[in-house]
Design a protein around this ligand. Sequence first.
Ligand SMILES: [Zn+2]
Length: 198
Amino acid sequence: MDSSPQRSGETCSTGVQELFRKAGVMLDGHFLLTSGLHSPVYWEKFKLLQFPGYTGTLCSLIAAHFRQKHASVVVGPTMGGVILAFETARLLGTRAMFAEKDGDGRALRRGFSITSGEKVLVVDDVLTTGKSVTETLEAVRSLGGDVVGVGVLVDRSQSCLDFGTELFSCLRAPTVAYAPDQCPLCAAGVPLTKPGGA
Ligand SMILES: [Zn+2]
């Protein structure tokens, strides 16, 4: 396998960005991210996922990108990944599953199964640290699944993440984040918020 990270997408990023803006996804403030860093912007993905039309438009980009990989299952991490896996699978005509929190990682429960060598597409909403995608990949690969790619709505990662498979994002928008002791919003005394579900 090629060890260098592959990254693609952003083919129509202006249109995609407009769609996020219309859904009101980007919130301004002073937010505590799961990484422990502070950010002036938080992407509330469910502002978009509440619209099946917008969600379907983005999933169609992911589905079109990976259609030739002939996955037979699409898997996403809870919660947003449930919706994305379902819609992407609907477009591709495959099964849809989700990976739930299980101890330090994730697992496929609910009677979901993947046969050894079965081709799997992994999807997620907002990619930041890559933790939920990595945990989902581990769950799929531990069952012998052959991951053909990772598709996300937004790639907000600050470094080039390597999942050992191709990464496609509908939009690339790196996170602006500060260590708490270097945060200008903390210095200005702006109250810190922990976003819902973060
Ligand atoms: Zn701060």
